[in-house]
Design a protein around this ligand. Structure first.
Ligand code: ADP
Ligand code: MG
Length: 608
């Protein structure tokens, strides 16, 4: 990471798409950031030999010629992390993209050699004094965004998430010898000086650079027993993800990956969202930005965009820049995690990222593995997913990065390499099912092939949130869904009517769990997200229904009689009709259920 005294240079000898080779003068580092030609296109040294370097260029290389100069920077491919990132859209190397939020319909586009914009101003409140001892990860100052010092003398945050300026992880510990007064500062201005034990002096600014491929250090990785709530019942109750956990969302074209990721981005209980749009359609991202610029965060009442960072390498941008974008994304996520925040990163889609890896590998003439992907596909996926964690930060706070990655297997075949390797590194699989999607059953998550490794460790959290039977009900629902799959096959052969009453009842209960609980429209005002309280109430009600129905079966009430009762229909519709907080209406359903069970029992004993 230390700059050379003299930056190395190289003359291009060979170019193929985003890859070029050059003859070096001076020493380059592996993974060093370079600029190419007069346009100063950004690239990275991906291979080093004695008399040749190989560079991956992250921008359109049309017009480059043999002889074009490659200039070293002396540091690894890095991004500048600072308080100005929140609420903005960037390319895969964290350069701002000139699409204002709300400008829907216009595709984001990176121009060749586009440079950082002038840094913005931030309001700073110092948290250390001259003479204080501080080390990596310690808080230097509180920072707020969007405050014009001349308007707000108090320095109170007018908008945006409160942020912190920390001692960068790669600085030595030392003593504060200078600290800026409260006021408005530019991101790159030094605001603090520290003298280390050897007498060396270091300046700290609001922003600092960090190499994207190196995980930011933490004090400790913590076990996770707290859920990352998504507001989607099928996820939170059947396949929950823990804070700091990972989930893959494989699904064929049109099965709802993008809608699911966006829905979770809108309603999940993270402090910061990092949304990496990787090789997907540009207009989708522009639409997302427009929507986030208008939607209010239900918890803070602020605009969702204010706590979101969008990293875009849509299908109309240079393919090679995709390769870096997911590492850039996770580096940004770690930066906010280090401030003691809970961050959720979504990548849509990691398959497009893997295709970029494959293309570059092909240009390098590497031996292709399965599906044409390079042999290191698996380790690169691991490098990404393994950076998700719940941690104690260097400064002693708790923070987390949770990662959700969409996978788009060609023709929906989950046995292909990207899906297969991804499975090895994630804790949750939310498998999207073409048949469910075709039936417009959303979210189209297939309950039999999906899984979560965190369910057992999250039961205690649900217990303390008041849902004491969460684990038992979850198992009951899953068993019902498994039985349903088996019985559906049988019903197709012998017909439903020929099946015993017990089996018809299982099908009825499974239908209710599917329709009333698992189905949840992303476009319904009432149901687009469910609080854990509402999920717990619905889960309990369905549990009571299943118990009552089993009791009625014992009393010889045919399942069809139960299905005809108004309570059955009312339960089917409760998600769409009863909003959060309307607990009285849920209690009414509960009472109606008891009354119906009594009435049906009496009717049958009267018939006899
Ligand atoms: P993918 O990204 O997998 O190709 P999309 O997320 O774009 O698929 O979804 C395709 C369409 O399916 C959407 O335009 C929408 O009409 C419908 N859809 C997907 N998920 C949901 C959902 N949760 N609720 C309602 N409709 C959905
Ligand atoms: Mg999509």
């Amino acid at each position: 990471m230390n700059a050379h005294d003299v930056a190395a240079r190289a003359a291009t000898t060979w170019i193929s798409g985003p890859v070029l080779r050059a003859r070096p003068e001076g020493a380059f580092l592996l993974r060093e950031a370079v600029t190419v030609g007069e346009q100063r296109l950004l690239g990275e040294v991906i291979r080093l030999a004695r008399d040749e370097i190989t560079v991956q260029v992250y921008e359109d290389t049309s017009g480059l010629r043999p002889g074009t100069l490659v200039n070293g920077s002396g540091r690894l491919l890095s991004v500048r992390l600072g308080p100005g990132i929140l609420g903005h859209i960037f390319d895969g190397l964290l350069r701002p993209i000139g699409v204002a939020p709300g400008e829907a319909g216009r595709d984001p586009w990176v121009l060749p050699g586009m440079r950082d914009e002038a840094p913005a101003q931030f309001w700073l409140t110092p948290r250390v004094r001259v003479g204080d001892a501080i080390g990596p990860g310690d808080v230097v100052a509180d920072v707020s965004v969007g405050v014009d010092a001349s308007l707000s003398g108090s320095g109170e945050a007018l908008s945006g998430l409160p942020q912190r300026c920390l001692v960068p992880p790669d600085l030595p510990a030392g003593q504060v010898i200078e600290i800026a007064a409260a006021g408005s500062y530019r991101e790159d201005q030094p605001i603090c000086r520290v003298r280390d034990a050897q007498g060396g002096e270091h300046g700290i600014a609001l922003s600092h650079r960090w190499p994207v491929r190196i995980p930011r250090p933490v004090a400790q990785r913590l076990p996770s027993d707290e859920p990352m709530l998504t507001g989607q019942r099928i996820l939170d109750c059947l396949f929950p993800i823990a804070r700091g956990g990972t989930a893959a969302i494989p699904g064929g074209f049109g099965t709802g990956k993008t809608v699911l990721l966006e829905t979770v981005a809108k309603w999940c209980d993270a402090d910061v969202i990092v949304y990496v749009g990787c090789g997907e359609r540009g207009n989708e991202l522009a639409g997302l930005l427009a929507e986030f610029g208008e939607l209010e965060d239900p918890r803070s009442g602020r605009l969702l965009l204010e706590r979101t960072v969008v990293i875009a390498n849509t299908s109309n941008m240079p393919v090679s820049a995709r390769e870096a974008s997911i590492y850039t994304g996770i580096t940004v996520a770690e930066y906010f995690r280090d401030q003691g925040l809970n961050v959720t990163l979504m990548a849509d889609s990691t398959s497009r990222w893997a295709e970029a890896l494959r293309e570059v590998s092909g240009r390098l003439g590497e031996l292709p593995g399965e599906g044409g992907y390079p042999a290191y596909l698996s380790s690169r996926l691991a490098d990404f997913y393994e950076r998700a964690a719940r941690v104690r930060t260097l400064g002693g706070a708790n923070g987390s990065v949770s990662v959700l990655g969409a996978v788009s297997p060609p023709s929906g075949d989950f046995s292909e390499p990207v899906t297969n390797h991804t499975r090895r590194y994630v804790g949750c699989l939310w498998a999207l099912d073409v048949r469910r999607a075709q039936a417009r059953f959303y979210p189209a998550i297939q309950p039999l092939t999906s899984y979560s490794v965190s369910a057992a460790s999250l039961a205690r959290w649900w217990h303390s949130a008041g849902c004491t039977r969460w684990e038992a009900l979850r198992r009951r629902f899953l068993t019902l869904l498994e039985d349903e799959a088996r019985l559906e096959r049988m019903a197709r052969i012998i017909g439903r009517d020929a099946m015993p009453a017990r089996q018809r009842l299982i099908l009825l209960c499974a239908q209710l769990v599917n329709q009333a609980f698992l189905r949840q429209s992303a476009f319904s005002d009432i149901d687009r997200y469910a609080t854990p309280q509402r999920q717990a109430v619905m889960m309990r009600l369905l549990g009571s229904f299943i118990e009552a129905a089993e009791g009625l079966l014992e009393a010889n009430v045919p399942p069809e009689r139960i299905a005809e009762a108004p309570i059955f229909r009312a339960l089917m519709r409760m998600g769409e009709e009863i909003p959060d907080g309307d607990w009285e209406r849920f209690s009414e359903l509960d009472r109606e259920l008891t009354a119906t069970a009594r009435r049906l029992r009496e009717e049958v004993s009267g018939d006899e």
